[in-house]
Design a protein around this ligand. Structure first.
Ligand code: APR
Length: 229
């Protein structure tokens, strides 16, 4: 029998229990850093060293964190369902938990590219410094989608949500577009489960809000999904 397809949309909240800070909670990443400064092409132009160091620090922090039960439950779900994870996160915790089908909407800390080519990606395990050049002789930058930049994977992500039988949303404030609009790509009536301790929408019609942290909330969502006909 063909497996049902689940599209899972994740945000910073799924990595919170791993010790990765979210963006918009009180102790979020932006503290001490203006978004304009560290997450826009303009900020990079103005002070590339500051921006590179900001992401270098985040990349180093990745080595100190591990996937949590929520990441692992999603990976295990692949036994019974076709699962595609569409994440706004730039960490690699879904990969390390064992998920196989992952779309990174906002880029990846472990990849880099030259400033003039957003499509040719290189692995990036160490710090990037001003003066580090691509094989084509152009300054390297992190493969992160900054505010004001295109989100190249959005079309593919929208197709995945549209063709899903079930949608699960975990740990996102649903503030940043176009990612926040993806849930609207689901076919009418598709069951949608939204796990977040401070959810930004209420339960209604086909949307079930599970007000809880990711580890417990994802377990609850999976129980409900297993009850679906
Ligand atoms: N479990 C689940 N959710 C949690 C947890 C937790 N333990 N702790 C916090 N959250 C929730 C918060 O309630 C909030 O709704 O995670 C959400 C985090 O929201 P944001 O910090 O806004 O993160 P996100 O929605 O992923 O941000 C989207 O904004 O800054 C840009 O590009 C960046 O990808 C990011 C995008």
């Amino acid at each position: 029998m063909k497996k049902k397809k689940i599209a899972v949309l994740t945000g910073a909240g799924i990595s919170a229990e791993s010790g990765v800070k979210t963006f918009r909670d009180a102790n979020g990443l932006w503290e001490g850093h203006d978004v304009e400064q560290v997450a826009t092409p303009y900020g990079f132009e103005k002070d590339p060293e500051l921006v590179l160091n900001f992401y270098n620090k985040l990349r180093r922090q990745l080595k100190e964190v591990e996937p949590n039960p929520a990441h692992r439950l999603l990976a295990e779900l692949e036994k019974d369902y076709e699962v595609v994870v569409i994440t706004q996160n730039v960490d690699d915790l879904h990969e390390r938990a064992g998920s196989h089908h992952i779309i990174h909407l906002h880029g990846e800390l472990l990849k880099m590219r030259s400033v003039d080519d957003s499509y040719t990606l290189y692995d990036c395990k160490e710090d990037i410094k001003v003066g580090d050049m691509s094989p084509t002789g152009v300054q390297l930058r992190p493969h992160i989608v900054w505010f004001g930049e295109d989100v190249p994977m959005i079309g593919k992500a929208a197709e995945e949500v549209e063709s899903a039988d079930i949608v699960v949303i975990i740990g996102t404030s649903l503030q940043v577009y176009p990612a926040a609009g993806l849930m609207n790509c689901a076919k009418e009536g598709t069951p949608i489960y939204y796990v977040d301790p401070r959810p930004s929408i209420d339960s209604k019609n086909n949307i079930t809000v599970i007000k809880d942290v990711a580890s417990r909330g994802v377990a609850k969502a999976i129980e409900l999904i297993k009850e679906l006909k």
